[in-house]
Design a protein around this ligand. Structure first.
Ligand code: GLU
Length: 449
């Protein structure tokens, strides 16, 4: 079942479909935001008058380029890379780079579109952008990754700048890749411009807690949702999909706050460990050895691995999708609700399908959409930019405390905005409305640009 759009919004959405053919993830992300905005247009007619929604749906600039590189055997490869500079009403374009074979313009545009509202919700001065490439880093040597990153930056550098566009990581891009990208930017421009990339290493301008930030932030948001219902994480059984950066640090924070994570996954299969995931072992496999999760069961007695398993079939109190878009379907949502799941916080971007979201909301599950719940990563990137601008370096404790405050504020903003617009407890409406209002007001103020 697809919810209807407001009559003023339907033609805008039809135009987005017509002008961006085949970009299904982008269509999905736009529709999800538009579904929240009917009442906003009624209350604030200036947004329609200034065509703010039409303007927000059209990126300010889209860059597509060829990335040629050589593998260790001397064979030549050609990839395609993107940087979509979506909206700069609130600050320089900010958002990660994704390296994954599934990447095409529609994925980068959905991510960039989400990023506008997410970044607005952080309350920090950052606009929205996103980039990436269809390059597959799986099985590539460090030298191959380096050559690819250098080739990509040789084109991308001309569009970047600490006041213009500031990329970071996403799927397939971590500190190693940011290092190669930063090195090449520094070499080409002859500038040590720390604030041009975030997610850097601690020795060369990175922020403490950036690696942990997305996962920790998602759990802080989850904790606030539970608190609002007079509940807590203590004693809760959780499942966390994925086993990358976001999943690992979500698991760490859940454990610290008294919950128990019994399952995680990768794109090949699911690990179930009823005693609770051994985080040190998982980190060793994923962060140091860079191997697949199935190795876990060889070293952890009592745990099981299901090839192609569905993690959402495992009964739990709390579910955190932290892998990728559309990984949790309507069918999965039904299973989770039937098994008594009370809260879902999205660590990934748009991991729940529209049908899944509707099922959670109808069932009264506390549902934290990604653009609110996973905003801790980009928030800490903005804190990294602050430290770079003042040539300062904060302690882990201070940075984590700032992150926590930001997540508590995002939760409060979404909660109060949902209430104000007559949808109490609906964080989807709260996040979309609050994010849109902030960007929309800035766009009106700045005139037709
Ligand atoms: N890729 C992350 C996100 O989806 C982080 C972006 C950033 O730090 O700029 O928000």
């Amino acid at each position: 079942m697809v919810a209807g759009l407001d009559e003023k919004l339907e033609p805008i959405y039809q135009d987005v479909l017509r002008r961006n053919p085949g970009e299904t993830e982008f269509h999905q992300a736009v529709r999800e935001v538009l579904e929240s905005l009917g009442p906003v247009l009624v209350r604030y007619p200036e947004f329609a008058e200034h065509k703010i929604i039409q303007r927000i749906c059209e990126p300010e600039r889209q860059i597509i380029f060829r990335v040629p590189w050589q593998d260790d055997q001397g064979h030549t490869h050609i990839n395609r890379a993107f940087r979509v500079e979506f909206n700069s009403a609130l600050g320089p374009y900010k958002g990660g780079m994704r390296f994954h074979p599934s990447v095409y313009l529609g994925i980068i545009k959905f991510l960039g579109f989400e990023q506008i509202f997410k970044n607005a919700l952080t309350g920090l001065p950052i606009g929205g952008g996103k980039g990436g490439s269809d390059f597959d880093p799986k099985g590539r040597s460090d030298a191959e990754i380096m050559r690819f990153c250098q080739s990509l930056m040789t084109e991308l550098y001309r569009y970047l700048g600490e006041h213009t566009d500031v990329p970071a990581g996403d799927i397939g891009v971590g500190q190693r890749e940011i290092g190669y990208l930063f090195g090449q930017y520094k070499r080409i421009t002859n500038r040590y411009e720390s604030g041009v990339l975030t997610g850097k290493g601690l020795d060369w301008g990175g922020s403490r807690a950036r690696t942990e930030a997305t996962g920790y932030g998602t759990v802080f948001f989850l904790e606030e949702m539970l608190k609002a219902r007079s509940k807590s994480l203590v004693g809760k059984t959780c499942v966390v999909s994925g086993s990358g950066n976001v999943a690992i640090y979500a698991i760490e924070k859940i454990r610290e706050l008294g919950g128990k994570v019994i399952a995680c996954s990768d794109s090949n299969g699911v690990i179930l460990d009823e005693k609770g995931i051994d985080l040190e072992l998982l980190k060793e496999i994923k962060e140091i050895e860079r191997r697949r999760v199935k190795v876990y069961v060889e070293r952890r007695p009592g745990s099981t691995y299901v090839e192609d398993g569905v993690i959402w079939d495992i009964p739990c109190d709390v579910a955190l999708p932290c892998a990728t878009q559309n990984e949790l379907t309507g069918k999965d949502a039904r299973t989770l609700v039937a098994n008594g799941c009370i809260a879902v916080a999205e660590g990934a971007n748009m991991p729940t399908t529209p049908e899944g979201v509707r099922i959670f909301l109808d069932a009264g599950v506390a549902f934290g959409p990604g653009k609110a719940a996973n905003a801790g990563g980009v928030s800490t990137s903005a804190l990294e930019m602050q430290q770079n601008a003042s040539r300062d370096s904060w302690s882990f404790e201070h940075t984590e405390e700032r992150l926590r405050e930001i997540m508590v504020n995002i939760h409060r903003t979404c909660y109060e905005t949902a209430d104000e617009f007559g949808q109490p407890g609906n964080y989807v409406v709260g996040a979309n409305t609050a994010g849109f209002l902030k960007v929309g007001r800035a766009m009106v103020a700045m005139g037709l640009i």
